[in-house]
Design a protein. Structure first.
Length: 255
C-alpha cells in the first residue's frame, strides 16, 4: 500500500461509521516517529565541542547520523575518534542527552508529520494521543517541548493524552506501550491507529488488540528493535496489518 495516508483515512472513516458517537483516537510515538532523534544527538555532540573548545563534530550534519540514540558509541567509532575521546564524549552524552536543556533546544519533527496530526485533530470527535517510551520523570520537559513543536504547526497536544513509561526510560518499553493502550481505552477512547518506529512495540500492541481494530503503522525510521524480528510484516496483504510510513512521504499534499 503506497498511499498509507489514504488507507489511514479510509480506516478512520470506517471506524467512524461503525462507532458514530465514540471518541476516536490515533496514537503516535514521540522519539523516532514525531521527533527526529538525530537532531538531539547532533545537538549534544555540538555542545561537547562548545564546552571543551574542540572541533570533533564541526562538520557533522544530521544526515551523517544513522544510529539510534542508544548507540551513539557506534557513531563515534565510525568517526574514528580515539578511544579516550570516545569515552569522554559518551560520558557527556549519558549526562546531557536527556537533560532539560537538550530536550527543549534540540527537538525537530520529521517533515510533514505535524500536518498529518493536524488533519486528524480537525476531524469531528477525533483525537491524537502520545504513547511514549520515555520515562515518566521526563513528563514536564516532554510536554513543554512537544507542545512548542505543535504550536509552530497549529497542533495542540493535550497533557492528559500523553502516556509515558512508568518503568523509566528504555526499560520494558513494549510493556509500557501495551499499558498505554489500556490507559487510553480506560479513559473512554476507541483507538483506531498507532504509529511507532519500533517493530517490537507494534507487535506488543497487536497481541492485545483482540478485536483487530487498530491499524498499525511502522514509521520505518531509525529503530533499536531487531530488524529481523518483524513477524507482522509476514501477514497477508489484504489484512493491511502493517503499513510502511516513510518520513519523506509525510507531506501535506498527501492528505
Amino acid at each position: 500500500m503506497k498511499n498509507w495516508m489514504k488507507k489511514l483515512i479510509m480506516h478512520h472513516n470506517n471506524m467512524r461509521s461503525l462507532y458514530p458517537d465514540d471518541r476516536l483516537l490515533i496514537l503516535f510515538d514521540i522519539d523516532g516517529t514525531i521527533v527526529d532523534m538525530r537532531s538531539m544527538i547532533l545537538y549534544v555532540l555540538k555542545s561537547f565541542d562548545e564546552q571543551y573548545e574542540t572541533f570533533f563534530f564541526k562538520g557533522l550534519k544530521i544526515n551523517d547520523i544513522q544510529v539510534h540514540e542508544s548507540n551513539i558509541d557506534q557513531l563515534l567509532a565510525q568517526l574514528h575518534l580515539p578511544k579516550d575521546i570516545r569515552e569522554k564524549v559518551m560520558n557527556w552524552c549519558t549526562r546531557y542527552l536527556w537533560s532539560s536543556e537538550n530536550i527543549m533546544s534540540s527537538h525537530r519533527p520529521f517533515f510533514g508529520v505535524m500536518a498529518a496530526i493536524s488533519w486528524f485533530q480537525k476531524q469531528p470527535n477525533t483525537f491524537v494521543g502520545l504513547n511514549s517510551g520515555r520515562s515518566e520523570s521526563l513528563r514536564k520537559e516532554t510536554y513543554r517541548s512537544i507542545g512548542a513543536l505543535g504550536k509552530a504547526h497549529n497542533v495542540n497536544f493535550q497533557e492528559d493524552l500523553l502516556y509515558m513509561n512508568a518503568n523509566g526510560c528504555e526499560h520494558d518499553v513494549c510493556a509500557s506501550k501495551a499499558q498505554g493502550i489500556y490507559y487510553f481505552k480506560n479513559k473512554g477512547y476507541r483507538i483506531f491507529a498507532v504509529v511507532d518506529n519500533e517493530h517490537e512495540n507494534l507487535t506488543a500492541i497487536a497481541q492485545i488488540d483482540k478485536d483487530r481494530e487498530i491499524l498499525l503503522l511502522d514509521a520505518n525510521t531509525i529503530f533499536d528493535s531487531n530488524p529481523e524480528y518483524h513477524p507482522l510484516l509476514e501477514t497477508n496483504e489484504e489484512k493491511n496489518t502493517i503499513l510502511r510510513l516513510l518520513p519523506a512521504t509525510l507531506q501535506p499534499h498527501h492528505i
